[in-house]
Design a protein around this ligand. Sequence first.
Ligand code: PLP
Length: 403
Amino acid sequence: MINNFKQYLENTEFFDNTSNTVVGKYEHQDILSLEGFQKASKEITSWEEYKVTPLVSLDELAKQTGVSKLYYKNEHFRFSLKSFKALGGAYAVANLLINKLKDEGIEANSSDLLDGKYKDITSKITVSCATDGNHGKSVAWGASNFGCNCEIFIHSHVSISREKEIEKYGAIMHRIKGNYDDSVHEAARVAKEKGFFTVSDTSYEGYTEVPKDVMQGYTVMVDEALNQMDEKPTHVFLQGGVGGMAAAVASFILETYEEESPIFVMIEPTNADCLLQSAKNGEATVVHGDLDTVMAGLSCGEVSLLAWQILENKTKAFFSIPDEPIAKVMKYLANLPEPIVAGESAVAGLAGYMITQFSEEYRKILEIDENSKILFLGTEGDTDALVYEEMVGKSSSEVLKKV
Ligand SMILES: Cc1ncc(COP(=O)(O)O)c(C=O)c1O
């Protein structure tokens, strides 16, 4: 199976980030911190549905690729939402409502919100955002759980099944022309006009506070993963959309391990490689076009400004990959003796890893050898059930042998 991946090497782009100073101290506690994690963890782990998601060791693939360990964090089991995004958007909605109540002199926590204790106040608030699917679902789920209204903006490439998944939580949906970044701008414009509170997973000039909460929520996933591992990872392969997930993971690990931090590698789709282009240009850079990729969650052309500050000097290499290997990795995981349901964006890091293994040069730059212990964040399950079934040839229940 692994040999199939050699053919993709020629359609990739690899950028060795020489400006990288991984061995420096983490200095962005003003954006994301272990202290912020403690606060997020306290709220999120108090939600009734909260459960640690599994960390799987891919032993056969580790053997085939000549490394010590490959760990895959399986976010298919994250609440009922099947993606790590459930941790971020929903936490930011809870925090926003808690802060609004504070303005009224009320000290509340997410349990109070879940109990509907202040529904008379929160029901007058509307949160909104743009989304590729998973973030919007998290915000809509949070709004429905914590008792406020929600309006979601999606772009022309978001599938009908992803739209329905969000609508299920009572959100009012707006489909706009254009790509993800157009939907971000439209959501911000309407929010300003109508007095909605934007809960975005990306940060931009003048809008930074809420995205910090979103990213801080994601750190719960990496804390779980490190606790589940017997040893410290030597590498972390991270897939990037706007970079929020990667920045959250990197911030937590950098602050935890300080000088002993693992090597971070960024993977993106060829058609939406804003992080790679930013690294090449030495500054946040916009990628234009329709950003079309099967990795729907990574279809972003503008980096999150805050995420970029964390990642620019801490990411060893940026690697962009085509769509073709994605279905193969999804099928590979689905057909393991202990099957894993992994969605299109979840496997990007693993696909990138499998391709890099065919370049002696990349392996050397990344310092990958028989002692490497590599962590992958399997960020979603079948969040688009139709697409999953089409790509894998069976549904997630069939994969998990539930039918
Ligand atoms: C499943 C999945 N993985 C990874 C990402 C990338 O996260 P970010 O946009 O924060 O880089 C997303 C974003 O929506 C996603 O849905």
